[in-house]
Write a protein that binds this ligand. Structure first.
Ligand SMILES: [Zn+2]
Length: 653
């Protein structure tokens, strides 16, 4: 996922208040409730019990503390979905057929993860006739959902009939008003970290890899797409078929339904979007094919067939999500000048780090996001050159420093202990930027070519596997540490991975372009340089953003007016630059900018932009205005954005 400014995926959930930003030690509840449709079955909830008592024990590598599934007893190999999408009821309903391998002779019940699912029936399909199987749904835990225990009676192929709830945590239903076209409703799923269980009953763990297929029925005017083999030529006849032949972790199952058209960008790349955004998106992201080819040259073949983008409606509250073959992307990065395409590089990089070699549990997320952030910077350098590369790294470093200033020690550790917490809490800049900085240090220490060779071998070695931090350490012991004993040490690796904060002698990325911006800003502020004497002719949006974000909190009315007059900032087309400027507008009560504050907040739903602006309005004596804008805008916002910004503007309710 993409996080903050440049990386905005799941962290958005934390920002939205969905994740647990405070440490919440609520133990998992494992009480089993009788399902009304079944007779009594004695469920084996040993795994769940282990989860409940986990807090007292040392953390065990490879144990997924966020899944009830008894993966030591059963492996689900394939899931075949047959689903109806009902926009009126806001439900997805149908069947999931699971192919199951038993790993022992114990005959224990199969335990799956669910969240707010209605389970109607479970049938065994092995024999000539279907056999009704007994099942129980456990009590719901706030973080984990409910364990579904199924008495398999020796069956290896079972069919679960179920329906999602309208408030399913991984399914977002958008009204026509929340789309760009305003004509048709839209649906998208977001499974990471543990929301797949809210729309499919399954072993919901990143170490449980499955193949899947799906038949999805939709209203006729709409197109369904999945993280699978999409066919852009498929007739819009209300029924779509998908195959995902490569084994993926559960959090990469994804579905979207909407008024979608397709445009090719290259031989293997294309974009799906609402018709009104299609051409602009295809133009903005036309470098995607070049990124794909460049990444393959360094890190080995792209193994997922096609790489397409799905542009979500403006209300999409996140940055992007690396669903395989089809990354989900916010439209707010369509800037007109390719300045925000690091998001695409990031989601593409996940095709190697994350989707191909996957974190085995959420504690190991840094293996996904740290490697991906490092690769993102490298891809940006390959496509856009060294200046851009250094600016991207410097901005990431600023993000990391600000997180480390705010977070407590436990959350600054890359291999984070998430027991008893919502795993969405893992998404900070630590796994992303600290992980990336660690790899950057390795690159600097042994040389880029050598490190690239290592990475390429690493991706080959662990392809289509889910690995732990300890698997990584064992691998480097027989590779890097054996090859470069004079330059690298295991202690250093362990300090990076298990210690909070930043190591004193860690690399400090810097950007000559930003140093120039700092110089100019300071000179203007101390009166030694006029604005029209600053050469901004070659500035990118990165420099503009850095220029504005580095301004002091308080500027005089004359200074604000001078900045606007010289650089036309109130009309800035780039959303990042506009957002940085509008923060200054609000903080300094710069009246000519408020019309733009209004139009900005009523046209965009990405919460990374909304929340700081609403908060700034409130903190600067503009609560009434903030509420007025919010009441007008909220019909176009995602329910999660409504929720979190309501909490800012109406804290008493
Ligand atoms: Zn990511």
């Amino acid at each position: 996922m993409q996080l903050t400014l440049r990386h905005t995926c799941l962290a958005a959930l934390v920002a939205l208040g969905v994740g647990c930003t405070e440490k919440d030690q609520t133990p998992a509840k494992v009480t089993v409730e009788e399902n009304q449709a079944t007779a009594s079955t004695e469920a084996d909830l040993a795994t769940a019990a282990a989860i409940a008592s986990a807090d007292e024990k040392a953390i065990e590598s490879g144990v997924d503390y966020h899944s009830y599934a008894n993966m030591q007893d059963y492996t689900v190999q394939n899931i075949a979905l047959d689903l109806d999408v009902n926009f009126d009821q806001k439900t997805i309903s149908g069947t999931a057929t699971l192919d199951i391998d038993a790993l022992n002779e114990d005959g224990k019940p199969l335990i799956l993860d669910t969240r707010a699912l209605s389970i109607n029936a479970v049938d065994g399909l092995d024999g000539p006739q279907t056999a009704a199987l007994k099942f129980k749904l456990g009590q719901e835990d706030a973080h984990l959902g409910s364990p579904l225990s199924i008495d398999l009676a020796g069956q290896k192929k079972i069919r679960i009939s179920y329906s999602t709830s309208p408030g399913a945590s991984g399914v977002q239903w958008l009204t026509p008003e929340q789309t760009a076209g305003k004509q048709h409703p839209f649906l998208f799923t977001q499974a990471q970290a543990i929301h797949a269980r809210s729309f499919v009953p399954l072993q919901d763990s990143p170490k449980a890899r499955i193949t899947y297929s799906a038949t999805v029925r939709t209203p006729k005017a709409l197109r369904a797409v999945m993280s699978a083999n999409n066919d852009p030529k498929a007739d819009k006849d209300g029924e779509y078929h998908f195959e995902m032949p490569q084994k993926v972790p559960s959090y990469l199952i994804a579905l979207a339904v909407g008024d979608l058209e397709f445009k090719a960008m290259g031989e293997r790349t294309g974009v799906y979007a609402e018709p009104s955004m299609l051409d602009a998106a295809a133009k903005e992201f036309e470098d995607t094919e070049a990124m794909l080819i460049a990444t393959e040259k360094v890190y080995g073949p792209y193994r997922w067939d096609r790489y397409d983008l799905l542009i979500l409606p403006p209300s999409f509250p996140f940055g992007g999500m690396e669903n395989p073959r089809l990354s989900f992307i916010t439209p707010t990065v369509i800037a007109g000048d390719k300045s925000l395409t690091a998001l695409i590089a990031h989601e593409l990089a996940h095709s190697w780090s994350g989707n191909l070699v996957t974190n085995a549990s959420w504690r190991d997320l840094w293996l996904n996001e740290g490697f991906t952030t490092y690769l993102t910077n490298r891809i940006m350098q390959l496509i856009y050159g060294d200046d851009r590369y250094r600016m991207e790294m410097a901005l990431g470093y600023e993000d990391l420093k600000s997180d480390i200033a705010d977070l407590d020690d436990a959350r600054e550790i890359m291999a984070i202990d998430l027991r008893g917490m919502d795993p969405d809490a893992v998404f900070s800049n630590v796994p992303y930027e600290k992980g990336s900085l660690f790899l950057y240090e390795l690159e600097n220490t042994i040389g880029r070519d050598n490190f690239d060779k290592f990475l390429r071998n690493y991706f080959d070695h662990f392809a289509f596997q889910s690995i732990t931090t300890e698997d990584f350490l064992a691998y480097v012991e027989s590779t890097l540490l054996a090859q470069y004993p004079d330059k690298l040490s295991k202690e250093r690796f362990e300090q990076w991975i298990f210690q909070p904060g930043l190591l004193e002698d860690a690399p400090k990325p810097h950007s000559p372009a930003f140093e120039n911006v700092d110089k100019n800003r300071s000179a203007w502020l101390d009166g030694s340089l006029a604005l029209d004497a600053i050469d901004v002719s070659k500035w990118t949006s990165h420099e503009w953003k850095y220029f504005l974000d580095g301004m002091p909190e308080a500027l005089s009315p004359e200074q604000m007016a001078a900045l606007d007059a010289q650089f036309n900032l109130t009309s800035a087309g780039n959303n990042e630059v506009a957002h940085s400027w509008l923060m200054l507008v609000v903080k300094n009560d710069y009246q000519p900018g408020f019309e733009r504050v209004h139009s900005f907040l009523t046209s965009i739903g990405r919460n990374k932009f909304l929340r700081p602006l609403y908060r700034a309005l409130k903190e600067n004596g503009k609560l009434e205005l903030a509420r007025e804008i919010f009441e007008e805008a909220k019909v176009g916002y995602h329910p999660l954005s409504v929720k979190v910004n309501s909490a800012i503007l109406y804290p008493e309710s």
